[in-house]
Design a protein around this ligand. Structure first.
Ligand code: ZN
Ligand code: ZN
Length: 134
């Protein structure tokens, strides 16, 4: 399985995941927008046991957003790295930190009901007003 490397802006935090995302999409929820400082956040999800730190784990700070979600960022440069879903044991990697090109591409938009008003979605990907139906 091909590996994908990722890193934060300052380069201190280095991560590695297999090129094996279970899903990939764009989240427009207000919390992702705040946390990433972007119109929306593109993430790829996989089982937490497939996620590995290569370096800099000691530079990672965790913000516990809710009972089931932790948000990880580099405390030196502030880069948003991933969210960790504690109940489902998934890591949602912010695609912006990847240094390699994943095989998959985002295939959906979620929480479009809270998207940035200036952001027009112009692609044909499936849209969910809230979370995806499972
Ligand atoms: Zn950093
Ligand atoms: Zn979100």
């Amino acid at each position: 399985m091909k590996k994908l490397n990722g890193s934060c802006l300052c380069g201190k935090v280095q991560i590695e995941v297999p090129d094996d995302f279970e899903y990939m999409g764009n989240c427009h929820c207000s919390e992702c927008r705040k946390f990433t400082g972007s119109d929306y956040s593109s993430v790829g999800g996989l089982s937490s046991d497939k996620f590995r730190f290569k370096a800099g784990e000691d530079a990672v700070s965790i913000f516990q957003k809710s009972e089931e979600t932790e948000l990880a960022f580099c405390r030196i440069c502030g880069s948003s790295l991933f969210s960790k879903k504690l109940k489902t044991s998934k890591h949602n990697i912010r695609l912006g930190i990847l240094d390699d090109i994943p095989t998959h591409k985002p295939s959906f938009h979620i929480f479009t009901s809270s998207k940035a008003p200036w952001n027009d979605i112009t692609d044909n990907l499936i849209q969910f007003e809230k979370g995806p139906v499972k």
